[in-house]
Design a protein around this ligand. Structure first.
Ligand code: NAP
Ligand code: X1H
Length: 350
């Protein structure tokens, strides 16, 4: 494999202050390309993934001690271009990783944290946070079983699309919420049994009329009124997985608790439970699950929608300069599947 030309400087997106307004909190700067230590590799990023929590990070919620300037971005896919003395990885190997500071042309990552993938396709990038979150939480927290019904909120989103397909694969009946008919069509293509466009149909009515005994498992990532509605419709012994509460992230306070005073009564009366899931607590369980997801993508059994914003004014999202647009795009609720930004290096522009 020919040695890659590595420039001395690169561009990266940094946080210049703490704010949930991602555009105001971030700016692009020139920086030296970092060098890998003995047990590290240097990755030339080809794609970076946008996550709802990018704005929790810039708001300072994620790391309490965070101070500006700080690096941003959770996940990347790229080629290994330089390896430390102790690393067994080969130059040219496509890898994915989840590490703070991914929104940069180049990123140093410890060798044990990068996961080799068969090719540099963005479908593989979507597995490291979005795919693993769905696979691990439905199994370990939701304990989904064949024949159960599973409600997925934000079902057409980056992680929702995986939750729908993984629950179907487990033999569950899947209800999925979304905000447009276009997304309803997408949900049908990935096997969702009962897509609900909540702007057209009342989810409350659908659940009351079509699922009178309640839902067994909820994959809940919206929060607020959606959370309350889901709790109220849990079946006996139902489980609600708190994946997130995106409806609160843009506000300065992050999250206003909903009417939780009645929660204990509701849970006890149904022997139901509400359990949280945070991916960072489950990396030890990720290895075999990731291997299975990669194989399912290769076999065409897991269909991954990648959204580069081609159909929006600011798209397609190519280059670090588009990351802020890509975050706004997600928060305008338009995305179908995983929002990603393709990074074009200065070299490949020549
Ligand atoms: P995403 O689902 O690709 O995009 C967000 C989607 O949320 C939107 O497209 C929109 O779809 C829906 N949404 C509903 N209400 C919204 C609101 N008020 N503002 C903005 N969007 C709203 O994003 P993602 O990155 O995959 O994250 C989805 C959720 O999973 C988030 O809550 C995130 O924090 C969580 N998450 C948790 C973990 C964990 O470890 N716990 C890991 C990854 C992600 P509709 O309009 O169609 O509803
Ligand atoms: C140590 O555990 C955590 C867990 C979550 C530390 C911080 C957070 C956090 O900032 C998050 C978060 C992280 C990932 C994700 O996918 C969703 C969320 S929601 C969230 C948060 C939002 C608002 C707050 O006021 C506090 C936390």
């Amino acid at each position: 494999m020919a040695a890659r030309h590595i420039p001395h400087t690169m561009r990266k997106l940094i946080g210049t202050k703490l704010s949930p307004n991602f555009r105001e909190a971030t700016a692009i700067v020139e920086a030296p390309v970092p060098q890998p230590g003995p047990s590290e590799v240097l990755v030339h990023n080809r794609f970076v993934g946008i996550n709802a929590s990018d704005i929790n990070f810039t708001a300072g919620r994620y790391l309490p001690s965070l101070e500006a300037p700080y690096d941003v971005g959770f996940e990347g896919l790229g080629e290994v271009v330089s390896v430390g003395a102790d690393s067994k990885l080969k130059i040219g190997q496509p890898v994915i990783y989840a590490k703070f500071g991914a929104f940069a042309d180049y990123k140093v990552v410890s060798s044990k944290s990068v996961i080799p993938v068969p090719s540099a396709k963005p479908e593989f990038l979507s597995l490291i946070v979005s795919g693993l979150t769905a696979a691990l939480s439905l199994d370990k927290i939701g304990e989904i079983k064949k024949g159960e019904n599973v409600l997925v909120t934000a079902a057409a989103g980056g992680t929702g699309q995986f939750a729908v397909q993984i629950a179907k694969e487990a033999g569950c009946h899947v209800i999925g919420t979304c905000s447009s008919d276009d997304k309803v069509k997408f949900l049908q293509t990935i096997g969702c049994d009962r897509p609900v466009n909540y702007n057209k149909e009342s989810l409350k009515e659908v659940l009351k009329m079509e699922y009178p005994d309640g839902v067994d498992v909820v994959y809940e990532s919206v929060g607020g009124e959606m959370f309350d509605l889901c709790v109220n419709n849990l079946a006996v012994k139902g489980r609600l997985i708190v994946i997130g509460f995106i409806s609160g992230y843009e506000s300065a306070t992050g999250f206003k608790p909903s009417r939780t005073a009645t929660l204990p009564t509701k849970l006890l009366s149904k022997s139901a439970s509400v359990r949280g899931f945070f991916l960072n607590h489950f990396w030890n369980d990720a290895g075999p699950v990731m291997a299975k997801l990669v194989q399912q993508v290769l076999d065409g059994k897991l269909r991954v929608s990648i959204d580069k914003g081609e159909n929006t004014n600011h798209g397609p999202f190519t280059g670090l300069d588009k990351i802020q647009d890509a975050v706004d795009y997600m928060y305008s609720k338009q995305n179908k599947g995983k929002v990603i930004v393709e990074l074009i290096s200065e070299q490949s522009k020549l």
